[in-house]
Design a binder for this molecule. Sequence first.
Ligand code: C2E
Ligand code: MG
Ligand code: MG
Ligand code: MG
Length: 279
Amino acid sequence: QYAKKHHQHLQIYHQQIDVNTVDRLQLVNDLKPAIEQDELVLFYQPKLNLKLNKVTHVEALVRWQHPIRGMIPPDSFIPIAEKMGQMNALTNWVINQALDQYLLWQQQGVELSIAINISAENLKDDQFCQHILQMIKDKKVPIEALTLEITEDAVVADPEHAIKQLTELKQHGLKLSIDDYGTGYSSLAQLKQLPVDELKIDKSFVQNLMSSEDDKIIVSSTLQLAHNLGLKVVAEGIEDEGSLKWLTQRGCEMGQGFYLSKPVDAEKLTQWLAQSKYR
Ligand code: C2E
Ligand code: MG
Ligand code: MG
Ligand code: MG
């Protein structure tokens, strides 16, 4: 009796695990050919220069157009790519695509710098820096036109190694940005050592700025801290006009968020920009 009951219990437990595992494995198996067969697509979200009131940059954000599952957001497959050793292939694809888009915009007379997200996994690979630099050189894209966004926790994982890699990229002229700032527990000592140009305040502090006194205090202090360290600040997650004005008045250099535009494909971004007052 006990054995039977116990066995049933185990079976149910196993079935549950199996469904999830099969699901994950399927995505993992699909991802490699998806990268090779161009099932990935880059969306772009404007970064508004709040001093010039002009969109000077865009951030490239990857999506996966899965033939069966439809559009998969990056949070659903980047962690899998990271675990399964696919992150360098993915980032290489993203950089290559973004460089082509940069050149296409140049041909169309559209002047836009591009920010690319890189993961902690990328920084672990010693060849990664050299490879990025080579791609940029091969495509003849001016290196200052690119910014790399690195999440705060990517740096915390192995600060010494990250600092070494980032310093090399910076020496070659790449702009560096700390993404999701405020969520990753980096110490001020670590922040001071990083060769970065810009700090992106995480959207969780910005989304409800107008209704939260605490968020206002956090954002003002972060602006002060960053400026005192000689860093520019980007606020992500601006969802209303009030927040945009508040940030502009307090000297925040750049803003990004649904109030301006959601991430859209390159063609839509070009159209949006053409009719926007932020040209
Ligand atoms: P992230 O780099 O911090 O990008 C900002 C995310 O916030 C994007 O989500 C964007 O759509 C969203 N967002 C922007 N403005 C607003 C707003 O006003 N309100 C709200 N609620 N959300 C806003 P997305 O595109 O789903 O990307 C999620 C994360 O996936 C990114 O966060 C980044 O960490 C990662 N990711 C995306 N593309 C890549 C990539 O090519 N490589 C790597 N390594 N990571 C990527
Ligand atoms: Mg980012
Ligand atoms: Mg972010
Ligand atoms: Mg994020």
